[in-house]
Design a binder for this molecule. Structure first.
Ligand code: NAD
Length: 334
């Protein structure tokens, strides 16, 4: 296990993307650990108020705004990105690469100029090559498998490029950089509608809106496989990585592989509904199979995610159900 230095909370940290799903949860957990937190995003969190000490609505594609965001900040958790589920990232490649590259290149340089001591970059399992993800029973992906590179077109290439820039900032300037590769993070307070939602949230919404015995639409043939990580585990892992002395990219996910069909069945069980599936083969479904090898995570952090898929999905489903009730799209539960 790599040493953890600086256990004592430094005084001021910045979370970008603090109006988004993971960033919002991260702000809450850093506050609970005693940090002073500045949150920055284009928008406030959608479902509950931020617990940040200060929340700035800034467009981080703009250089002067990244200087303002990083002013008098000790550590930067850089989560802001223009992103969404597979439907979004397959149809907005130019926008995603332009916006996220501008945000990330400006953010890391502003952090350096403002003398932040650490910079964490949120990368993705989408950096892994397509040629290793062509079957449903894939071998779990190890960090070194990212090369020779054949990342997810658009979104994944920008992440891979920025991972390298983090290494260069350490090599050339001595900025302590941390790079985390998330694997399908899900949980409460995440987008569940509107086109940017990911598969767990979309499936929870469809089943919540369905009656017992109904059929829901599933993208692809449903045999595609993934592993999923609950957001509470995700923010714990992010924090542990930031505190470690590990500068290479690190997977953060679980290694329990499930098909999309199984994911539907788990959610249907939680909902207590009999649900049939209609597979739409014209919809995007991403790589055929993807799993996370967590050997390095265990070695580096002496820790790994522990919330089961059933338990995490139960919390996610109940939250989405309650949101749909509040929005008047479902009758209030008796
Ligand atoms: P999210 O979309 O909920 O949050 C991203 C936030 O960034 C949004 O609130 C958005 O408004 C903000 N943002 C976008 N453009 C901005 C700009 N120009 N200036 C300021 N803020 C801007 O996404 P998330 O799921 O919370 O993801 C957080 C990070 O983790 C992202 O970098 C994402 O690529 C990465 N990631 C997430 C997953 C996942 O499963 N959720 C998987 C892999 C990687």
């Amino acid at each position: 296990m790599h040493s953890t230095n600086g256990q004592r909370p430094t005084s001021r940290v910045l979370v970008t993307g603090a109006g988004g799903f993971i960033g919002h949860h991260l702000v809450k957990s850093l506050k609970a650990r005693g940090y002073w937190v500045r949150g920055v995003d284009l928008k406030q969190p959608e479902y509950e108020a931020s617990s940040a000490d200060e929340f700035l609505e800034l467009d981080l594609r703009r250089w002067e705004n990244t200087l303002q965001a990083t002013s008098e900040i000790d550590e930067v958790y850089n989560l802001a990105a223009n992103m969404g589920g597979i439907g979004f990232i397959e149809s907005h490649k130019a926008e995603i690469m332009r916006d996220s590259a501008l945000i990330n290149l400006h953010m890391i340089e502003a952090a350096r100029l403002n003398r932040a001591s650490r910079f964490l970059f949120s990368s993705s399992a989408c950096v892994y090559p397509g040629y290793l993800q062509q079957s449903t029973d894939v071998t779990p992906l190890k960090e070194e498998d990212a090369y020779p590179a054949d990342a997810e077109d658009g979104y994944g290439w920008e992440k891979l490029f920025m991972e390298r820039q983090c290494r260069h900032y350490w090599e050339d300037y001595g900025l302590e950089t941390r790079v985390v590769r998330f694997h399908n993070i899900y949980g409460e307070l995440g987008t569940y509608d509107g086109g940017r939602e990911k598969s767990p949230a979309a499936i929870c919404r469809k089943i919540a809106l369905a009656d017992d015995g109904d059929t829901i639409e599933v993208w692809g043939d449903g045999h595609q496989t993934r592993s999923y990580c609950y957001v509470g585990d995700c923010v714990e892992g992010i924090y542990r990585l930031m505190r470690s002395d590990y500068r290479e990219p690190l997977n953060l996910g679980t290694d329990r592989l499930v098909t999309i069909n199984q994911l539907v069945d788990v959610v249907a069980d939680i909902a207590g509904k009999r649900i049939s599936k209609r597979h739409d083969l014209t919809k995007p479904q991403g790589v055929r199979g993807r799993n996370s090898d967590n050997s390095k995570l265990r070695e580096v952090l002496g820790w790994e995610p522990s919330v089961s898929l059933e338990s995490g999905l139960e919390r996610t489903y109940r939250w989405i159900q309650a949101e749909l009730e509040k929005a008047g799209r479902l009758p209030l539960a008796a």
